[in-house]
Design a protein around this ligand. Sequence first.
Ligand code: G1P
Length: 293
Amino acid sequence: MRKVNKAIIPAAGLGTRFLPITKALPKPMLPVLDKPTIQYIVEELESAGIKDIIVVVSPGQEIIGKHFSEAAVLEKRLLSEGKTELYKKATATNGFNVKFAVQKEANGLAGAILSAESLVGDEPFALLLGDELLCAKDGKDSCIKTLKDIYEKTGKSVIATMEVFGSDVEKYGNVGIGKEENDVITVNAIVEKPHISEALSNNAVIGRYVLDGKIFSMLKKLKPRNNEIYLTDALNELAVSGELLASTVKDDRYDVGDKFGYIKANVEIALKSKEIGEDVKQYIIETAERLKK
Ligand code: G1P
C-alpha cells in the first residue's frame, strides 16, 4: 500500500472575520498563545511523521514561509547568550519541508486542493483545514496519524467525523454510515451541509482527511454548483462505490476561523501552559466569581 508522505493545508482567504489584524497579517499567522495557528497543524503532521507540507495561500501571503525558515541573527544571538530554551522555540519550525501553492481564485476547498496538485503528483496526501485545531487526548494518536494508518492499511480514502447535534448538523458535510468495524466506518453517502431534515446521521465531516491521489482527476471532472466545485461531490462518488472510510474523532476541536472558537482555543491552551497556566486558572476563577455578582 502507498505511504502518505505529503500534506496539503488550505489556508488561503482574506481573513475578513478577523479584520483589521488580517490586513497585514495572514490569518494562519494569528497566534494561539505564542504559536501561530499553522504551527499547531504542522505539529499534528509531525506526530504522523509527515514532513512534506504544501500550504495553500492567497497571493501575497508567502510571508508565512519566514516562520518555517532559519532566522540566522536571532538564532546566533540566543545561542551566544546561552538561552537554549528560547533557541529551541525559535528553531522548532526549521526542520519541515514547507512549500507554498498560491490559490489565485476564491474557488473553495476543491480549488485549494487543485492548486497544490503539481506539488503532490499522484500520491496520497493528508488534508488538514487551517482553521481547525485538534488536540488529541493524553496518550492517544493525533487525528491525522489515525487516518494515515487507516489509509496505509486499506488503500482507501478516509475522513474524520465528529458527532454534532441540532442546527450544528447544517454547518458541516454529513455522512451516511455503513458497516463499522474496529472503529472504522464505511461511508455510503456524503452530503454537503444538508438541511437538518435531510441529514443522513449526526456524523459531521471535520477538517482532516487522507485522500488517494485519484481525487485530483475526480475533482477536475466535476460540474460546478453555484460556480464552485465541491470536494464533497468527489467524496460522495467514492462513498457510493464503497471506497470511502471514516473514523470518529474524540479530540478537543477548536474552530479558530471563528472569533469565539479562537478565544476558546487561547484559553484552553493557556490553561495547559507551564508558564502561565496557574495564573490563567486563578484569573478565570476570580472573573467567574465577579461575573456571578
Ligand atoms: C468544509 C467542508 C465541509 C466540512 C467543513 C469542516 O466546509 O466543505 O464538508 O464539514 O469544512 O470544517 P467549510 O467550513 O469550508 O465551509
